[in-house]
Design a binder for this molecule. Structure first.
Ligand SMILES: O=P(O)(O)O[C@H]1O[C@H](CO)[C@@H](O)[C@H]1O
Ligand SMILES: Nc1ncnc2[nH]cnc12
Length: 104
């Protein structure tokens, strides 16, 4: 599914880590939101208030989700889940395109 239909897109970009990570918010008719983002190479910690699913569209990163003591590599076509109220650390190896789905 390469596109979303009947959505609202918030004009203002979400900017993190001095612009090394940016995203756009897409709002669906049922009130749920996803963000479409790009992460440039670097290491970042992301807080996750709500549970989220990070779908990697292209690129490569290593991820450690809160509490895990291992790093897992994800590439285009793969995804990982971050529990609500936790965080994950990402070591981004190349520009990484992602779609993050937030569970309300
Ligand atoms: O949405 P909050 O909790 O502010 O967290 C966001 O802000 C932090 C970067 O400033 C990252 O951890 C990102 O996940
Ligand atoms: N928790 C998060 N998940 C995905 N992208 C983000 N950008 C900033 N925080 C994020």
């Amino acid at each position: 599914m390469g596109e979303f239909k009947n959505v609202s897109v918030i004009k203002k970009a979400n900017v993190y880590f001095d612009g090394m990570v940016t995203s756009r918010t897409v709002r669906f008719e049922d009130g749920t939101e996803k963000t479409l983002g790009m992460m440039l190479p670097g290491e970042y910690r992301f807080n996750a208030d709500a549970q989220e699913t990070m779908e990697i569209l292209s690129g490569e990163l290593e991820v450690q989700v809160a509490g895990d003591n291992e790093w897992k590599t994800f590439k285009g076509g793969e995804a990982f889940v971050v529990p609500a109220g936790s965080f994950f650390v990402a070591k981004v190896k190349e520009p990484t395109d992602y779609c993050c789905s937030y569970m309300r």
